[in-house]
Design a binder for this molecule. Structure first.
Ligand code: 5GP
Length: 163
């Protein structure tokens, strides 16, 4: 599988552009829910623009958030939508707490068949109760392996590969 190296600058710009899209949409998040660990840095950058608090969750601890998202517009943030399993599970859990609206934002969406939630970016929502009100993507990518800057041991070397 080919690799695509991503820089912090690219991520910051994707978040800024995406935040503008969110701010001009009819979905106004009250809270950002970052999925750890890939969602933490994008969530923090988004907060600079959206100015709402961040909560975080990791895969093993979903139950901690299910009773805390009621009555909010929740923006779930992760770095990538690959098979969509992670995001789907998180949306399913968040919906249990009956939030007002749920948005999902990923920096990168891989253009491939998703295990679940295939309806999110087309109009087949009624087939599945697990649905999002807004699905927002920073950039669509092919099914490549994305290498993030926070994984780099040598950030200069990483950045040179990203050119
Ligand atoms: P999912 O298949 O559930 O959409 O993605 C699961 C997790 O796999 C992601 O949150 C991420 O941690 C990891 N992952 C998927 N694709 C990539 C990739 O291209 N690069 C990296 N570094 N991690 C990935």
């Amino acid at each position: 599988m080919s690799k695509q190296y991503i820089t912090y600058n690219q991520i910051h710009k994707l978040c800024a552009e995406s935040a503008n899209k969110i701010l001009s949409s009819d979905f106004t998040p009250d809270v950002i829910l970052a999925i750890g660990g890939g969602g933490y840095i994008p969530a923090r950058i988004l907060r600079t623009f959206l100015k709402v608090p961040i909560k975080s969750v990791s895969l093993e601890l979903y139950d901690d958030i299910t009773d805390k998202m009621g009555d909010s517009n929740v923006l779930i943030v992760d770095e990538v939508d690959d098979t969509r399993s992670t995001l789907y599970t998180c949306v399913e859990k968040v919906l249990e707490s009956k939030p007002k609206k749920v948005g999902a934002f990923v920096l990168y969406n891989k253009l491939k068949n998703k295990h679940k939630g295939n309806h999110w970016d087309n109009e087949k929502a009624e087939k599945d109760h697990v649905n999002v009100d807004h699905y927002l993507v920073g950039a669509e990518v092919d099914d490549v392996w994305l290498v993030y800057p926070w994984e780099a041991l040598d950030i200069d070397e990483h950045n040179s590969k990203a050119q």
